[in-house]
Design a protein around this ligand. Structure first.
Ligand code: ADP
Ligand code: MG
Length: 527
């Protein structure tokens, strides 16, 4: 560590940085950054794959999260080191772009750093490493594209992709296959060719009940109870209104300045208010609405009048829920009762208030126009439900990615072996020392099958030797986890498939972070 930015001019020290700036330069900076990055990557290694373990993360205030999800783990860990933070960003980018493969990307980034470190030790220049890695990443993506499983994606394959994205995650008492089918049914409900509007799918969670009760609802669930006890609790073929308004007395009418000089006038004022409130209910009823979702408040009396009309109404609906109700029913959001017209109403096949334990919610199942669907996820405890939600969310993302961007590739490490071979073969054509970096990249990719082997309790070296032998013989085999152990076999036959987009993104984001860290030779931290 050098003095804080000290430079000498004519014998006089010149300070260009403040006294308490900490500066690390050259090899020190590199090795401390690389060590930090590797440490982060190391921390998620044991969670990779179906036999991966979970982590329990406890925050300062005692909140506990139990998860197997790379992005969640890194997010919950309080990581301070700036280079380590870059690895966290790898997981975040991966999660945002494709929704899965976060552990893979972090492990790969760590291994790329480790191999870069030995190249640096051998005096290979950082720029050469960076160039070699970029070249190798390009080759890796070529290899992924070549590995895409031929033919149209069948529903069965999509179920398999969903399932392999969920294996290893705690999903309560429900079989991963059943959940995977629910996920694919859900996607089918909003799919239009190769277009999947992921935003049209909501996951609604509730603690209580078995995870196996998790189901697809062709509609939306809103956590509200009816505005009035006398309202119907279930309406079939309902006309739905969505109001961005308050159903209460307008401010001006109850102005404190209101001058009341005698009792008659006072009664008249009350009557006028009464009229207005009744007016809301009558006007809504006149449009033919059976169910009303209101963004604002509903005055008690309005609730009573609506109930008299046999209308089911909900108040305090948050903006997103109201948007979903509109997407499901085709209703248009209207800003006031006065402007509500029959044309603005949507339709729902069924609107039902359900009670689960002490809480009530309403399920709105759409008619033909329904564009939004919901997975209603259940589980015995909050931790189970939270992890189930993460698993479902990943599975929805991978199925979406498979349909929308580039198909599926064999999982279980098969694709990584393929990538490593391809990059290694092509390294021969790369000039000079850059070739060493390309080879180092190929070796780094092996970390995925190696880690899968470790987590399955197999000897990683033997497993890699077997895998390579199969690949040399033309079999794109992987390390399939089955029960307590692993076998070297064809992932496609075992239905272990990953989206090509997940692999592509993992290579990209890991490469970006690793090369960015390798390029840094000066860390200036102001305290
Ligand atoms: P990530 O956060 O990277 O998605 P996961 O813990 O979900 O990490 O593990 C994903 C890896 O596990 C992928 O390489 C996938 O192919 C592999 N995998 C999934 N199911 C199986 C299986 N049954 N046997 C072997 N590998 C599997
Ligand atoms: Mg995964």
């Amino acid at each position: 560590m050098s003095q804080s930015g000290q430079r000498r001019t004519g014998g006089q020290p010149l300070f260009i940085l403040s006294e308490d700036t900490e500066r690390t330069e050259g090899d020190d900076a590199q090795s401390s950054n690389i060590t930090a990055g590797k440490a982060v990557s190391q921390s998620v290694r044991t969670t990779l794959g179906p036999r991966g373990m979970d982590k329990m993360l406890v925050s300062d205030d005692g909140d506990v999260v139990i998860t197997n999800d790379g992005a969640t783990i890194l997010d919950e860990m309080d990581i301070e080191h700036p280079a380590a933070q870059m690895l966290v960003e790898v997981a975040e980018t991966q999660e945002e772009e494709v929704g899965d493969g976060t552990t893979t990307a972090s492990i790969l980034a760590g291994e790329l750093l480790k191999n870069a470190e030995s190249l640096l030790d051998d005096e290979v220049h950082p720029t050469t490493i960076v160039e070699g890695y970029h070249e190798a990443a390009r080759l890796a993506k070529e290899s992924i594209a070549e590995g895409v499983v031929a033919g149209d994606l069948e529903d069965e394959q999509l179920v398999q992709v969903a399932e392999s994205s969920m294996t290893g995650k705690g999903t309560g008492d429900v079989a991963a296959t059943d959940l995977a089918e629910t996920v694919v049914d859900t996607i089918r409900a909003v799919r239009d060719g190769e277009e999947v509007q992921r935003d049209d799918i909501a996951i609604h969670t509730r603690v209580g009940g078995a995870s196996s009760a998790t189901e697809l609802i062709e509609g939306v669930i809103v956590d509200e109870e009816p505005a009035h006890g006398n309202m119907p609790r279930s309406v079939e073929d309902a006309a739905i209104a969505a109001l961005d308004a308050d159903l209460e007395i307008k401010e001006s009418n109850i102005d404190a300045e209101y001058e009341v000089t005698d009792v008659d006038q006072f009664n008249a004022a009350l009557e006028a208010e009464e009229e207005q409130l009744r007016g809301y209910a009558d006007e809504i009823a006149a449009t033919g609405a059976d169910v009303v979702f209101v963004d604002g408040d509903i005055e008690d009396q309005v609730g009573t009048y609506l109930a008299e009309h046999g209308i089911l109404a909900f108040e305090d609906i948050d903006g997103d829920d109201l948007t979903d109700v509109c997407a499901v029913t085709g209703a248009s959001r209207v800003g006031s009762v006065e402007t509500l017209e029959e044309d603005d109403l949507g339709e729902a096949d069924a609107t039902e208030v359900e009670k689960h334990d002490d809480d009530e919610h309403v399920v709105v199942e759409g008619g033909a126009a329904a564009k939004a669907v919901t997975i209603f996820a259940r589980g015995g405890t909050e931790h189970v439900v939270d992890e189930l939600e993460r698993a479902l969310s990943d599975a929805l993302d991978v199925v979406t990615a498979s349909i929308a961007s580039g198909g599926v590739v064999p999982g279980a490490g098969a694709t990584e072996i393929q990538i490593a071979n391809y990059v290694r073969e092509n390294a021969a054509g790369v000039e000079g020392r850059k070739q060493l970096a390309v080879e180092a990249f190929a070796d780094a990719v092996d970390v995925i099958p190696r880690t899968l082997a470790e987590n399955t309790g197999l000897d990683p070296i033997d497993a890699l030797v077997d895998l390579r032998a199969e690949h040399d013989a033309g079999n794109a085999y992987g390390l399939i986890s089955e029960g307590q152990t692993g076998v070297v076999d064809d992932p496609i036959e075992h239905g272990v498939l990953d989206p090509a987009a997940v692999k592509r993104e993992a290579v990209e984001s890991a490469n970006e972070a690793a090369t960015m860290i390798v390029r840094i030779d000066d860390v200036i931290a102001s305290n």
